[in-house]
Design a protein around this ligand. Structure first.
Ligand SMILES: [Zn+2]
Ligand SMILES: [Zn+2]
Length: 340
């Protein structure tokens, strides 16, 4: 399924075209993957509508699971038939100061799967063997696919809070990624209390069910100041409110690709002593590293995380995207691609 031109999904309901393309040829250190499942992500909507513009034409898809079909001459890491996954990080240079410091997600030459290189909305794709991930056995192909994006990014945001066990964690917004982060936090930091801030009473009740100590509205104060807060909302007010809830030296991690302009004037309420004084920090999350993907997959296997799945055929990718856009969400959407 190929994206040939950008479009507004309000007007165009079939952004991708079914096409017969040549089977990709793996380079020296690449593997050719026979794709069996690919998750459908909000970022694909951002690509199609031009908010994170892709190379054109491009085959989207960055939550890819499949089996090694062939390897380049220099690729020795996997055997034919091995099950592997490909996430958002398709490649990075490996040589710049960011890469050498372990921040390959920030590399100037960072390439994203399905945006800067062809991805998994296809029967085959190639990737460098170094950027493929073994998939833990506990997951089926379709179960593993959606873990490769939101889960890995959620794991990175939790890592970036620098939390220590026993210090409290706050979650501002409680969507799908935040559920996963709450579950991961309960496992990684069993001594830490988790406070959830959400506008939605249903989400607050769900947070308590999943083990949060406290759940309140966005403008409320948590029972105690919080050491680290992860904000997954698209708005600005939660940023200001989160800063007010931070303990001295605390860090706010913003896990959002972009913020909407709508309530930006709320930032004028920033009060230096209340929101920033006492060495409070703000940090955003960009992309993922291989380490995030690998560590998250291990943790997810340990925790037996089983995402709820809604399967589509490859040919039905457009319908999956439109349903995602119109928020008809019944679990994570995954393209299941049968192997003939
Ligand atoms: Zn994604
Ligand atoms: Zn680099």
């Amino acid at each position: 399924m190929v994206l040939n031109r950008l479009c507004d999904l309000e007007e165009c309901v079939k952004p991708l075209e079914l096409a017969e393309v040549p089977e990709p040829v793996p380079g020296e250190n690449d593997i050719l993957i026979r794709v069996s499942a690919c998750g459908v992500c909000h970022t694909e909507l951002d690509e199609i509508e031009g908010r994170t513009p892709p190379r054109l034409p491009v085959i989207p898809g960055h939550q890819v699971v499949g089996r090694v079909a062939r390897a380049g001459r220099g690729a020795k890491r996997f055997r034919v038939g091995d099950r592997v996954g490909v996430a958002w990080i398709f490649s990075a240079c490996g040589k710049c100061p960011q890469c050498l410091a372990g921040n390959e997600n920030l590399c100037a030459e960072f390439k994203a799967t399905g945006r800067d290189a062809d991805g998994g909305y296809a029967e085959y794709m190639t990737v460098s063997e170094d950027f493929a991930h073994p998939i833990p056995e506990v997951f089926s192909d379709v179960e593993a696919a959606p873990l490769l994006c939101a889960g890995a990014v959620g794991y990175r945001s939790l890592r970036l809070t620098n939390l220590e066990d026993g210090r409290s964690l706050g979650l501002m917004g409680f969507g799908a990624s935040a559920h996963l982060v709450l579950m991961m936090a309960k496992r990684r930091y069993p001594g830490s209390e988790v406070f959830v801030f959400s506008r939605s009473p249903e989400e607050r009740a769900f947070a308590l069910e999943l083990g949060a100590t406290w759940a309140g509205d966005v403008g409320e104060r948590s029972p105690e100041p919080v050491a680290g807060i992860i904000d997954t909302t698209p708005a600005w007010r939660p940023v200001v409110e989160a800063l007010a809830n931070l303990a001295p030296g605390g860090r706010l991690v913003i896990n959002a690709i972009r913020k909407e302009e709508r309530d930006k004037d709320y930032l004028l309420r920033l009060d230096y002593p209340a929101h920033l004084w006492m060495e409070k920090e703000i940090k955003s999350v960009a992309n993922v590293t291989r380490r995030d993907v690998g560590e998250f997959l291990e943790l997810a296997a340990e925790m037996r995380i089983k995402p709820e799945i809604q399967e589509f055929t490859l040919e039905d990718a457009n319908r999956a995207l439109i349903e995602l856009k119109t928020r008809r969400i019944h679990g994570a959407k995954v393209l299941a691609i049968p192997i003939h």
